[in-house]
Design a protein around this ligand. Structure first.
Ligand code: AOF
Ligand code: ZN
Length: 369
């Protein structure tokens, strides 16, 4: 066990705040921050902005106000030791004469994992890892999920009334929550690599599923699960940047051609029963480098995802109203016969957003990344 000092914690907390600046932009790379400290003073800071650009370490070295030789580097992720789009950070740290590296979490990328730290130690640098590793992991659930499970982190967002109703019996689901909650959803979209919905929601609401209430330079891909390819060729989301991927079990060539001509990409991921295989779909999205998927769908897709064990996190926005028993629910699932059979969750966060309540949950059984 390493003993961490107050200063160690302070500098790593600073590096974590820097890492969070990359929340909307680093995909498919992780969010990483770096602080250089010499004689107790911060002399440089950096964070990874986007894939293909400098990693946090190089940015901090370049931004340093004084020579960095002999400094300690606080980094939220184990420095990389491989040639990706950019050369290894270990070389940059060794070349700059860094004396000590303190990192939060080990890089889950199998090309790096453990070897970055080992490479630095071989070069005579003092290396300590594991400081505030949970906080660093919380910034990168999708990157960790993709590296360790080959699929993205799946976050389901639902806005509902206190009785768990998501839409009026007629289907209207817009404006359940107030503005602060809706802005919060746009933050979730901005951090996501893709926003996923079902064909039912698309046909009912013709949603854009883009980020509009917060500043971002990148729009998420929209993924529409559409078993029978009922996708409307004039869907409003087609006219928005970021791209649309329609996932179907249909093999009707004419229809597929028409949807492609309308501007969407079409992916066939079918099961024997004529339905999209959601588990295979998530693998395919992982192979495309998608780290985090935000599901904004109705009870059918939500229910199937939950029953398939594919949901990693649920974010509920509750508006303080009771809609009544004929409103639509959150998850279409067979009714549980005992409380033990009912899907169980751990509540990890609650927060007021204006008049609405946000509750974050994780399935009790699923492995926490
Ligand atoms: C770091 N610092 O700031 C980041 C790291 O293609 P590249 O060259 O950008 O490499 C991407 C990989 O590097 C990524 O999969 C992850 O393992 C690591 N990301 N490492 O030392 C950083 N963003
Ligand atoms: Zn690197």
């Amino acid at each position: 066990m390493t003993d961490w000092s107050r200063d160690d914690h302070r500098h790593m907390a600073h590096a974590l705040r820097l890492a969070a600046r990359g929340l909307y932009t680093t995909t498919p790379n992780p969010r990483v921050g770096c602080v250089l400290v010499k004689a107790g003073e911060v002399i440089g800071e950096g964070w990874h902005v986007r894939a293909g650009g400098d990693h946090a370490e190089r940015m901090a070295i370049a931004a340093s106000s004084v020579p960095v030789r002999g400094a300690t580097a606080y980094i939220t992720l184990e420095p990389c030791s491989h040639f990706g789009r950019t050369p290894p950070c270990t070389d940059a740290l060794i070349g700059a004469g860094i004396a000590e590296v303190v990192y939060a979490m080990t890089d889950p990328n199998p090309e790096v994992s453990g070897s970055g730290g080992a490479r630095l130690a071989e070069a005579g640098i003092r290396v300590r890892g594991g400081l505030m590793a949970d906080a660093a992991a919380a910034l990168n659930p999708g990157f960790i999920s993709r590296m360790t499970r080959g699929r993205p982190w799946l976050r389901v967002k639902i806005a509902a009334t206190l009785d768990g109703r998501t839409a009026l019996a007629g289907g209207d689901s817009r404006w359940i929550t107030g503005r602060p909650a809706r802005t919060d959803v746009h933050r979730l979209r901005a951090a996501a690599c893709a926003v996923m919905t079902g064909i039912g929601t698309l046909l009912a609401d013709d949603p854009l599923l883009t980020v509009r209430h917060v500043e971002t330079e990148r729009q998420p891909l929209r993924v529409v699960v559409d078993n029978n390819l009922a996708f409307p060729l004039n869907a409003a989301t087609l006219r928005e940047p970021g791209g649309v991927l329609v996932v179907t079990a249909s093999s009707e060539d004419d229809r597929i051609e028409a949807v492609r001509a309308a501007g969407a990409e079409v992916l066939q991921v079918d099961t024997a029963r004529g339905r999209v295989d959601l588990s295979r779909l998530l693998k395919a999205l992982g192979e495309r480098g998608l780290n985090e998927v935000l599901v904004e769908a109705g009870q059918n897709l939500n229910g199937t995802l939950l029953a398939s064990g594919l949901v990693d996190e649920i974010i509920l926005y509750f508006n303080a109203r009771i809609m009544g028993s004929s409103g639509r629910g959150m998850f279409a699932l067979p009714v549980a016969e005992t409380m033990e059979q009912a899907a169980g969750f751990v509540i990890s966060d609650t927060r007021m957003l204006g008049p609405d309540l946000r509750v974050t949950l994780h399935p009790r059984e699923a492995p926490r990344v």
